[in-house]
Design a protein around this ligand. Structure first.
Ligand code: URA
Length: 212
């Protein structure tokens, strides 16, 4: 598939290796959870590559010198419930000062439209770069609705970070939110008729929480 405009595939060998283990059906909950956290750390490292730095004067045991530190960019991490929780710790490990918001969406069985059931965000959401995390970007419907909700609440800078995407989901996010850079570890082949990503890794929430 030709890569659409605003999607970045982070295909570092460590990420690809760990993702392959996550895909294996025999990988249990403990390993699945740990691997997702590790990949989230590695992805956060890549996503923050262009964060601004400032020069500070410090003193080492040897001498005074000017060195670089983060320029105090404000970050919020927003897992989409429930599977997004599996990516939260990895990102927060890398950005310990980040605030955390939560968004819960479910799909109405009648209309099939995503409905918000929970939203709690940091008060200064407009001043923060929000990293929205959701491991599986399938149809893109609930992620797109979550991004719209965050914008309604005032968010101005949003990054969407997913583990595995279907081409359909990438197209929906790029179409509905061309201003939101999308970072993924892999774009898989397709969605099946039950809405699962193929080859995918199954139901991420069930595998993270052991509710299979
Ligand atoms: N959600 C999942 O957890 N897995 C899929 O394959 C699609 C949506």
């Amino acid at each position: 598939m030709a890569e659409p405009m605003n999607v970045h595939v982070i295909d570092h060998p460590l990420i690809q290796h760990k993702l392959t283990i996550m895909r294996m059906k025999e990988t249990g909950t403990k390993d699945f959870r740990e691997l997702l956290e590790e990949i989230s750390m590695l992805m956060a490292y890549e996503i923050t590559r262009d964060f601004p730095l400032k020069e500070v004067e410090i003193e080492t045991p040897i001498c005074r010198c000017k060195e670089k530190m983060l320029a105090g960019k404000k970050v919020g991490v927003v897992p989409i419930l429930r599977a997004g929780l599996g990516m939260l710790n990895g990102v927060v490990n890398m950005i310990p000062a980040a605030r955390v918001g939560h968004v819960g969406m479910y799909r109405d069985p009648k209309t099939l439209k995503p409905v918000e059931y929970y939203c709690k965000l940091p008060g200064d959401v407009a001043e923060r770069t929000l990293i929205v995390v959701d491991p599986m970007l399938a149809t893109g419907g609930s992620s797109s609705a979550a991004l719209s909700l965050l914008k309604e609440k005032g968010a101005k800078h949003i990054i969407l970070m997913c583990l595995v995407a279907a081409p359909e989901g990438v197209r929906v996010i790029n179409h509905d939110h061309p201003d939101v850079p999308l970072y993924v570890a892999a774009i898989d082949e397709k969605l099946n008729d039950k809405g699962y990503i193929v080859p995918g890794l199954g139901d991420a929430g069930d595998r993270i929480f052991g509710t299979l």
